[in-house]
Design a protein around this ligand. Structure first.
Ligand code: ITT
Length: 188
């Protein structure tokens, strides 16, 4: 049993979708943890260590961000703050003059932090490539999903069901890497 520490219900549902495939039980706890200033990796490591020490059981945390190339990787590690302040319409406005779809390249990155009692935290990275759409599309998903366009699907994440998004999302990639490692390492 692994406990996923997050305050975001959408993440819980997506993670459950992915864990089910591997027959691993996932429990949810929104204990919360201080997000240190630094990279996604720093946040995931320190969050996992903190939650594990607090609960004294194996935990995962997951820190994600949207990195837009034309904006020098903004909002990146400021993704939560920017979603709450500028929002998707603010991002679209910042990108008004960028016409060429290739110049609207963006990626979602996800870092899973895992920590078990009496051991040091481990991290696992996932990424998905896309473009910032010119308008918001779709009502599935959350936060940046309606402006994140995936070329091979000709749709934004907001137009994909949870099941579809969870087949190739940044979160799927980081969690899958973690789960494979976990399965290999929990064999006696
Ligand atoms: P935690 O409690 O797990 O930290 P959070 O919602 O604060 O949940 P993050 O810090 O990982 O999540 O995410 C930074 C921002 O990026 C935040 O506004 C999220 O809503 C958004 N975000 C993360 N994953 C996303 C996804 O898959 N699709 C759209 N937006 C996402």
């Amino acid at each position: 049993m692994i406990t996923f520490i997050t305050g975001n219900q959408h993440k819980v549902k997506e993670a459950e979708e992915i864990f089910q495939k591997f027959n691993i039980n996932l429990e949810h706890n929104d204990l919360g943890y201080n997000e240190v200033q630094g990279t996604l990796e720093d946040v995931a490591k320190s969050g996992a260590k903190y939650a594990c020490e607090k609960l004294n059981k194996p935990v995962i945390v997951e820190d994600a961000g949207l990195f837009i190339k034309a904006l020098n990787n903004f909002p990146g590690t400021y993704s939560s703050y920017v979603q709450e302040t500028l929002g998707n319409s603010g991002i679209l406005k910042l990108m008004n003059d960028i016409i060429n779809p290739e110049d609207r390249y963006a990626e979602f990155r996800s870092v899973v932090g895992y920590c078990a009692p009496n051991s040091e935290p481990e991290i696992f990275l996932g990424c998905v490539k896309g473009q910032i759409s010119t308008e918001e599309k779709g009502s599935f998903g959350f936060a940046y999903d309606s402006i994140f366009y995936v070329e091979k699907k000709c749709k934004t994440f907001g137009e994909l069901t949870r099941k579809e998004k969870s087949q190739f999302s940044h979160r799927k990639n980081s969690l899958k890497t973690f789960i494979e490692w976990y399965i290999e390492n929990s064999l006696e």
